[in-house]
Design a protein around this ligand. Structure first.
Ligand SMILES: Cc1cc2nc3c(=O)[nH]c(=O)nc-3n(C[C@H](O)[C@H](O)[C@H](O)COP(=O)(O)O)c2cc1C
Length: 208
């Protein structure tokens, strides 16, 4: 059984003792890798861990305090019900789809014990540019990956085809000002992640 003490959320106005040097946090960031959804198993986060994951994930820069995102959690049976929708749409689009394809679509969310849809929800027109509102939702996704890691879970940020399919989005109840920023798959890492090739970031120094 996982022992987990959810860090308490600070009170409004509380003096915060960050930043604080942390070699272990820096090492985790330096070695961070996604865990592929197909490399996950159970258990997933407990109710308490999931609550903390959602709360910590939402602690991101947010210009204008618009909270321009919301979350839809898929766990237990709801993962299979979502899979049925994906299968139904795949059947409609590809009447000759082989059974393996239908099985794949039906089982998308079964790859992880928990999937969190991070929904970008923009207010337009608004003095805060839409771009900045969308970036804030992206920051939520990345923060969730890091928080999941700090709880000992693997996580992956996926969109796949169903993150962009209008019929799927309608079934999820998305409004016209909403888009899927990501489906965050969270579970126990069953297969170790292996480092992948990475380009050094392009860096120039502004010389005036
Ligand atoms: C917005 C967004 C959507 C993504 N969607 C997919 C996807 O649909 N399929 C996929 O294989 N990887 C997707 N990725 C990439 C993975 O999340 C992951 O970053 C990639 O496998 C590289 O691994 P790393 O995070 O360990 O560097 C997406 C990443 C982002 C930022």
């Amino acid at each position: 059984m996982t022992i987990f003490n959810a860090p308490p959320a600070p009170q409004d106005g509380e003096i915060l003792t960050v930043p604080a040097a942390s070699a272990s946090m820096l090492t985790r960031l330096a070695r961070r890798r996604s865990t592929r959804a197909i490399d996950m198993s159970g258990p997933g986060p407990s109710r308490e861990q999931l609550d903390a994951l959602l709360r910590i994930g939402a602690r991101v820069p947010d210009h204008g305090k618009l909270f321009p995102w919301r979350f839809i959690v898929f766990e237990g049976e709801s993962r299979a019900r979502f899979g049925e929708i994906l299968e139904e749409i795949t059947r409609a689009d590809h009447p000759d789809a082989p059974p393996e394809r239908l099985t794949l679509e039906r089982g998308r969310f079964d790859r992880a014990p928990v999937v969190i849809a991070v929904i970008s929800q923009v207010t337009v027109p608004h003095k805060i540019p839409e771009w900045e509102q969308v970036l804030s939702a992206g920051a939520v996704c990345q923060t969730m990956l890091l928080a999941a890691d700090a709880m000992g879970f693997g996580a992956q940020w996926l969109t796949e085809w169903y993150g962009y399919d209008a019929r799927v989005l309608a079934r999820l109840g998305l409004a016209a000002n909403e888009r899927v920023a990501g489906f965050i798959y969270v579970g126990t890492q069953a297969v170790p992640a292996v480092e992948r090739p990475r380009k050094a970031p392009s860096v120039t120094r502004w010389a005036g």
